[in-house]
Write a protein that binds this ligand. Structure first.
Ligand code: B3K
Ligand code: ZN
Length: 885
């Protein structure tokens, strides 16, 4: 097929950035809410910000899907010849360097299925403005470097919309004729339009309060639908913990008298940090132990904290342009990770962060959409809310902290917040503040922001017994990525330890140093290859490299199995203890994959089983950690290690390992399962959640056996468990085994929970993730189920999204999974392009598969591209995947 050049939207380039020509000092908005027609009046105080000695430049205001009703400058209506209007913008030619602009427009919130801008869903009016939704509400300079003080009046029918909210503080409210009422809000902090929010609806309010470190009282309000009012306690507690933590850890105090969270079922993403008025997907607010899993509780805590932390890292200091997105997202993800490390088990939390990075971000960095943490170009900014910008961005901040040390880093962030408060800045400004506060040179470190791709370090070691020296030679490489054929060496912090024969960390002394350092130490790699020479090393150590995953890269180091088992048993670093086990399992499963592919019988070596048995049977204080060590690497992670991905072989080999372990160690699994039963009331502390994880890992292994006791235990747990963690663990295993019990359990579950939308999402997702051969048929049938609708992003993610990440079923060699996904990308594209584009991303790894699968996926891509009208969102993903642009 030839490249459809005419469809290609223009790329926006970072290097084209120009400061805005006009500032907006104040924005006074008035909303007259109507379901199919809402009138927005906007009064802007406009001030010229360019040198106009040669004349004033035109003022360009972005706008989409709006009907212009009136336009006045200084109170005088403009005639049609005085302005220009296109599908994207309104342009006027100012005659003075400051003036008042009045704009009146109409929009249709009821017809807005994109859930961007102002929309109506589940009886509420809501807004979502990041990144470019404000332009769907009114004509405005919709860019993050235009900061204005907003006042917002909302008028609506009182009966249907008793609650009217916007950013800042409530300054007036009252009655209007015809059963309508109004509320006026004022936000004293200048902000870009992407942080604007407005909500109107019939909502219940849950209240609490927080006293800040300077003694101010802040009212905390969570708004939900009335039937959900009992499910907000955990979110509220998480918010208060986050507020306190940010004061203690970063010295950041909340700045308004009121902080609000609104929960909605209809939301394109997780949540949004609008100033003083966060809007959340209800999935990340609502939880009770019988409806939410331990993982849900944890996600709520992390996301509530994340959005709250944005108040400083995002709202008070914001981004100059969208290429700088990681300025706020990378920093805020890092802050929420640190918070979770402090609130839960740091090792377990770090493992889950690295798991996400290695299984998803590494793959993105290796594919057609690979981009630097600070991208250089985009077609549709919504496609760049990626793992790279968020999670790799957070790793960059973590590396800065490792290089500067905790105190230096805190000095750096203090300077950053002080220097840039109220400004829209760049990632470079952030790094500059760290440098200025500590006198550290991060020039080379900055390359991490502009180079895409996952680097690899190759480590070779040599011990000289006579000289008692130990040399580590570390080489760094990074493969080319789209548009970046050559990579420069990065500044890489490598935390490491050397273990002596007893398993203790040796004191470490590099040649030229006066005295040794105890425990973990930091090496800073700057060259393409460097040798680090340790002296006074009395015996050959076992190296523990990249402790705590101190840099986002791959490590090639030829440890023996014996050394890996030694690290698993002794490493003082929890992350490396876990990773030694993962690398052992990875190597083993990959060799079984080859056996499977070449028709040899698969067999598991007894040493592996023995090591596994020891971990399983040894009582451990941190049971959540124990559960992680007992979990085999995911199919996605295993697949990524193969030259050509073979989803079926990966699935079979992994299953074989699990079945063999279950068969050999059945009694031990049963004992550990029983020992970790908890018949008392539900608790959410680490001890209780750890027990549940360990017990449920055992249950899943036991369920691998066709004739074992596992099935009965699992059905019993499903019937009797009082908390959703245990119910879901049982039902997930049941859904992976065909038979009457499966159908009954799924039906019983739906019957019980059909009115709880979030629980129904779980029911859809676990069926879509099942490894059974009939999964696609089942998913197709579920698209016709009354619980499913294409209009709800949560439902689409739960069913279609979960299926698209089901390695073995989605990639079935028939290609039926691909055709199914492409149909849904096309169907969704006209309703909600952001969600359609997210689904399309599941195809971006297509070149990693065999020729047959490649060609099947490619033809689906081409079918999508043939669509007469395709959004910029989907177009960019598909065209870049095919190398057309
Ligand atoms: N900043 C929002 C994400 C907006 C996504 C726009 N497509 C949530 C967050 O990262 O906190
Ligand atoms: Zn964020």
């Amino acid at each position: 097929m030839t490249k459809p050049a005419n469809k290609t939207p223009p790329a926006i380039l970072r290097e084209d950035y120009l400061p805005p020509d006009y500032r907006i000092e104040t924005a006074r908005l008035h909303f007259d809410l109507g379901e199919s027609r809402t009138i927005v009046k906007s009064q802007l105080a406009v001030v010229c910000s360019h040198d106009h000695s040669e004349g004033l430049r035109p003022l360009v205001l972005q706008g989409q899907g709006l009907k212009l009703l009136a336009l006045k400058v200084e109170g005088r209506s403009l005639r049609e010849k005085d302005y220009e209007i296109t599908d994207e913008a309104l342009t006027i030619w100012p005659e003075t360097d400051h003036f008042t602009l009045d704009i009146e427009t109409a929009c249709d919130p009821g017809g807005n299925t994109e859930l961007s801008g102002l929309y109506r869903a589940t009886g509420m009016f809501l807004t979502q403005c990041e990144a470019e939704g404000f332009r769907k509400i009114t004509y405005y300079p919709d860019r993050p470097d235009v900061l204005a003080r907003f006042s917002t009046t909302i008028a609506a029918e009182r009966e249907k919309y008793p609650v009217l909210l916007s950013n800042g503080n409530l300054v007036a409210a009252g009655e209007l004729p015809d059963g309508r009422h109004f509320a006026t809000w004022h936000d004293p902090f200048p902000k870009p339009a992407y942080l604007f929010a407005m909500v109107a609806g019939r909502l219940a309010r849950i209240e609490d309060k927080f006293t800040t470190m300077s003694g101010r009282e802040v009212a905390l309000h969570i708004y939900v639908q009335n039937h959900n009012r009992e499910k907000c306690r955990h979110a509220m507690d998480s918010l208060k913990q986050a507020m306190k933590w940010d004061e203690e850890t970063y010295g950041r105090e909340y700045d308004l008298d009121l902080f609000m969270i609104v929960a909605t079922d209809d939301f394109n993403m997780g949540a949004m940090e609008n100033k003083g008025l966060n809007i959340f997907n209800s999935k990340y607010v609502l939880a009770k132990s019988d409806t939410a899993t331990d993982k849900d509780f944890q996600n709520i805590m992390g996301i509530v904290a994340h959005e709250y932390f944005h108040n400083w890292s995002g709202d008070r200091v914001t981004c100059r342009d969208w290429f700088q997105l990681s300025l706020k997202e990378g920093l805020t993800v890092f802050r929420d990770q640190q918070f979770m490390e402090d609130m839960t088990s740091p090792g377990v939390q770090r493992i889950s962060e690295v798991n996400i990075l290695r299984t998803h971000q590494f793959i993105e960095d290796d594919g057609p959409m690979a981009h630097p943490v600070r991208p250089d170009s985009y077609m549709e900014i919504n496609n760049f809310y990626t793992m790279t910008v968020y999670n790799k961005g957070a790793e960059l901040i973590r590396m800065c902290r490792t290089i500067l040390g905790p105190e230096g880093f805190r000095k750096g962030t203090d300077l950053y917040f002080l220097r840039h408060d109220g400004q829209a800045v760049t990632t470079d400004d952030f790094v500059q503040a760290l440098e200025d506060a500590t006198g550290t040179d991060l020039t080379q470190f900055r390359r991490w922001y502009c180079q895409a791709g996952t680097p690899e370090i190759q480590v070779t070691r040599s011990y000289d017994a006579l000289a008692q020296t130990y040399a580590l030679t570390i080489k760094q490489t990074c493969l080319p990525t789209p548009g970046q054929p050559v990579k420069e060496p990065l500044h890489i912090p490598i935390a490491l330890g050397l273990l002596d024969k007893s398993g203790a960390d040796m004191p470490l002394q590099l040649v030229g140093e006066e005295r040794p350092v105890a425990g973990t130490r930091l090496l800073q790699l700057r060259e393409a290859a460097e040798t680090f020479l340790f002296i006074k090393v009395p015996q050959e150590p076992v190296p523990s490299i990249l402790r705590g995953f101190s840099a986002p890269l791959k490590v090639a180091l030829n440890l023996t199995d014996v050394e890996r088992r030694f690290l698993m048993a002794h490493d003082s670093d929890a992350f490396n203890r876990w990773d030694a086990g993962q690398q052992l399992a990875l190597k083993l499963i990959l060799s079984l994959v080859r056996d499977y592919q070449e028709g040899r019988p698969m067999a598991l070596e007894s040493k592996f089983i023995e090591a596994f048995r020891q971990i399983l049977s040894k009582p451990t204080a941190d049971k959540a950690f124990q559960a992680l060590i007992l979990t085999m690497p995911s199919e996605t992670y295993l697949a990524d290690a193969l030259e050509v991905i073979d989803p079926e072989a990966v699935h079979e080999a992994r299953k074989f390992v699990r079945q063999t372990l279950a068969g050999t160690l059945q009694e031990t699994f049963l004992t550990v399962y029983r020992q970790n039963q908890d018949s008392g009331p539900y608790r959410l502390d680490q001890e209780a959640t750890g027990r549940r994880s360990l017990k449920n890992v055992c249950l899943a292994y036991l369920m691998e056996l066709a004739d074992g006791e596992g099935r009965d235990i699992c059905l019993r747990q499903f019937d009797q468990a009082k908390n959703m963690t245990d119910v879901m663990a049982a039902l997930t295993s049941i859904a992976n085994h065909a038979g009457r019990e499966r159908e009954e359990a799924l039906a019983t579950f739906y019957e019980k929970w059909q009115d709880d939308s979030l629980v129904v999402d779980k029911w859809l997702a676990l069926q879509a993730a099942s490894s059974l051969p009939d999964t696609l048929e089942r998913v197709k049938a579920l698209t016709g189920h009354p619980a499913f609708t294409l209009r709800s992003p949560n439902k689409v993610r739960s069913l279609i999204g979960a299926f698209a990440t089901n390695q073995v079923r989605f990639h079935n060699i028939s290609g039926a999974g691909y055709a199914f996904l492409a149909d849904y990308i096309l169907a969704l594209d006209s309703l909600n392009p952001q969600i359609a584009a997210r689904l399309a991303s599941s195809f971006t790894t297509w070149r990693r598969y065999d020729a047959r699968r490649q060609s099947l996926m490619q033809s689906e891509f081409e079918r999508v591209l043939q669509a007469p009208k395709l959004s910029r969102d989907v177009y960019e993903i598909v065209a870049k995947s095919l190398n057309y642009v």
